[in-house]
Ligand binder design. Structure first.
Ligand SMILES: Cc1ncc(COP(=O)(O)O)c(C=O)c1O
Length: 399
């Protein structure tokens, strides 16, 4: 059979199994309610627009001004002629915001993660990763194992005893560098990494701690400065990676923050830095405006926390059993992938957009609809969504 024939057969199989993803086209700015082609106005409970900054005038204006001042793009990687003054301004602001000495931007957090492990690890080193880490961390580690020949280990999700076993074994194996890598907020579960315990183990075993704070930047802590702020540990985390594609204006981009020597080293050696164009100035300027906006309006973060608490409590009160937690990620586990996709489709017919996630994004049998709250949601938006959940939940016999 031809290559295309094989692909078509596999796609037909996805459809038969009810796991085929249909794309929905949005035709308005991202926000608590959007215009979706063929659906009209829907309440969005699936975006990473945690603070509602995607479309605020300050962020949009910064992008437009940047387009006028610097044009559409950099037309170069950073080290040739693609470093613009707005990159310096943004990186200074990001470092300050997450409590690190320095920051270096990438075109995505995927790139930031991919640029970390293979660059700082080599054969005598080991990276130890939480079992539920994001795919970009997993692929960064796979890449490091393949091209840098480092050792790898995985510890059970947030299981500090298991992590300690792995650290001890790495010590006995004579590992030179030990890197512990964790999500700050785990994207599919919505739970928070045990940062104080992780930092203590890192100290005890002379390991470096890297935290991917993509879902926590702008979200956790009183001022939205991330998992470190949540635990009162600002300035104590060795390496933070994060995205500009979620709370910080939601466009695109990512960064790695840490000591100046780390970002300098990554500038010299990290392959996505060396071989891929720099962050477009428009996007950098919008992200910079977003950081400045959060710094000036910490009440947005409070509002996000209130919305998350309200939605979680109301969901429980109508009979759903979301995974316990305190973040704006509220997953409702349904089991089979097809069931999650079906529930998501029914919710959409009720005017609420919530994505159903199944295998391979989550393990087999743990499919879910994942709700994400935003500071931009009004009480009306949330009550509208809750009424839809109640109707669909009853129809499916879930509540
Ligand atoms: C934990 C985590 N890391 C990294 C990423 C990738 O971020 P980006 O969209 O900037 O590549 C995501 C996005 O879903 C994420 O959830």
């Amino acid at each position: 059979m031809s290559f295309m024939g094989q692909l078509r057969d596999e796609l037909a199989e996805f459809k038969k199994d009810g796991v085929y993803k249909r794309l929905n086209y949005v035709d308005s700015p991202q926000g608590p309610r959007v215009r979706m082609e063929g659906r009209g106005e829907v309440v969005i409970l699936s975006s990473n627009n945690y603070l509602g900054l995607c479309s605020i005038p300050e962020v949009v204006r910064a992008g437009k001004d940047a387009l006028d001042r610097w044009g559409a793009g950099t037309a170069s990687v950073r080290f040739i002629c693609g470093t613009f003054s707005v990159h310096r301004e943004l990186e200074t602001a990001l470092a300050r915001f997450v409590g690190c000495e320095s920051a270096l931007t990438y075109v995505s957090c995927w790139n930031a993660n991919e640029g970390l492990c293979p660059t700082v690890l080599s054969e005598p080193d080991v990276v130890i990763s939480d079992q539920l880490n994001h795919a970009s961390i997993i692929d960064s580690i796979r890449l490091a194992k393949t091209i840098a020949k480092c050792q790898t280990a995985v510890y059970k999700h947030s299981d500090m005893a298991d992590l300690e076993d792995k650290l001890r074994a790495a010590g006995k194996g004579g590992a030179r560098r030990k890197l512990i890598f964790t999500d700050g907020i785990f994207s599919m579960e919505g739970d928070i990494a045990k940062l104080p315990d992780l930092a203590e183990l890192a100290r005890k075993y002379d390991a470096v701690l890297a935290v991917d704070d993509s879902h926590a930047t702008g979200v956790l802590g009183k001022a939205g400065r991330g998992t470190a702020e949540h635990y009162g540990m600002l300035g104590q985390i060795d390496v933070i990676t994060s995205t500009l594609g979620k709370a910080l204006a939601g466009a695109a981009g990512g960064f790695t923050a840490g000591p100046g020597a780390l970002t300098d080293y990554l500038t010299q050696r990290s392959r996505p830095q060396l071989f891929s164009n720099a962050l477009p100035p428009t996007v950098a300027a919008s992200a910079l405006a977003a950081v400045q906006y959060v710094e000036a309006h910490p009440q947005l973060v409070t509002r996000l926390h209130q919305n998350a608490r309200y939605f979680r409590e109301q969901l429980l009160s109508i009979g759903f059993k979301p995974l316990a937690g305190e973040t704006p990620i509220v997953p409702v586990i349904l089991g089979e992938t097809a069931k999650a996709i079906h529930m998501s489709e029914l919710l959409l017919t009720e005017g609420v957009f919530v994505t159903g996630f199944g295998y391979p994004v989550v393990p087999q049998g743990h499919a879910r609809v994942r709700c994400q709250l935003s500071a931009a949601h009004t009480r009306d938006d949330l009550d509208f969504a809750l009424r839809a959940f109640k109707k669909v939940g009853s129809k499916l016999g879930l509540i």
